[in-house]
Design a protein around this ligand. Structure first.
Ligand code: ADP
Ligand code: MG
Length: 256
């Protein structure tokens, strides 16, 4: 694929040590190594507390690794960069701003004119199916709709990489499945690289090109599972069940 290396991501021997309230050192990330190609959909799967959020924050430039480095397009990530946009689990919309003003927030901060930022925001609100809600306020929207706004807002800054930290974790099962389907459509249309953190095996196998399974703290990459099944994936298919069972076995073996 043309230009594949341009915006590839490299995680090289990344570790992260925190100091807890008692003053003890806690190694969240042991030694993480990962290469992600431009346009790939990657899920990072691992038990609670293994450092998934920490890893995503390091890639987003919101946190420094204790050792090692994260690179995008061959350059070290040393702080928030326009190529990278993060979407969090909790709804991070401003309740006092309308949907369009939430969506265009990043552009507003960058001093882009109202006309231009609204045009861009409308384009992405349309993509996530919320065009007619631009004048509404967050409280008027359901959880799933608010996460769609978060996706539209992230896309507005035209990043190459979307970093998603359990973005559908707070949604009910049915909404979650719908959101997964829609996210894959957006991914296909926009050709972004997606790094999606989850602790749901089902979600990881449904979404990703490759599932990166982390071990418990201090975490390392236990195994990377390539999901060959064509999309849209049928959850009830034998192939899906086999991959899911295999990924589950990787997680369980590690916890014993
Ligand atoms: N700012 C922090 N200070 C101290 N410890 C932290 C901090 N952030 C995370 N940790 C610890 O690092 C470990 C990994 O956390 P996190 O990345 O949130 O895991 P996950 O997202 O996989 O559940 C946990 O033990 C957590 O308590
Ligand atoms: Mg987390």
């Amino acid at each position: 694929m043309e230009g594949n290396d341009k915006m590839s991501l490299s995680i090289k021997h990344v570790s992260k040590v925190f100091v807890n309230e008692k003053g003890e050192e806690v190694t969240a990330l042991g030694d993480i190594n990962l290469e992600v190609e431009e346009g790939e959909f990657i899920c990072i799967l691992g038990p609670s507390g293994c450092g998934k959020t920490t890893l995503l924050r390091i890639i987003a430039g919101l946190d420094d690794p204790s050792s090692g480095r994260a690179e995008i397009g061959g350059r070290e990530i040393t702080g928030p960069a326009p190529e990278l946009a993060m979407i969090f689990q909790e709804y991070s919309l401003y309740p006092w701003r309308t949907i369009i003003d939430n969506t265009a927030f990043g552009l507003e901060v960058r001093g882009i004119s109202k006309e231009e930022r609204y045009a861009k925001a409308r384009e992405y609100l349309d993509l996530v199916g919320l065009k007619e809600f631009e004048g509404s306020y967050p409280y008027e929207l359901s959880g799933g709709m608010r996460q769609r706004v978060a996706v539209a807002r992230a896309l507005c800054s035209e990043p190459q990489v979307l970093l998603m930290d359990e973005p559908f974790g707070a949604l009910d099962a049915q909404t979650r499945n719908t959101m997964q389907k829609e996210l894959l459509e957006i991914w296909k249309k926009t050709k972004k690289t997606v790094i999606f953190v989850t602790h749901s095996v089902d979600e990881a196998v449904y979404l990703s090109d490759r599932v990166v399974v982390l071990s418990p703290r201090p975490s390392e990459v236990r195994e990377i599972v390539t999901v060959e099944q064509e999309r849209p994936r049928e959850r009830t298919s034998l192939e899906f069940a086999q991959v899911r069972r295999y990924v589950l076995s990787l997680i369980h073996n590690g916890n014993e």
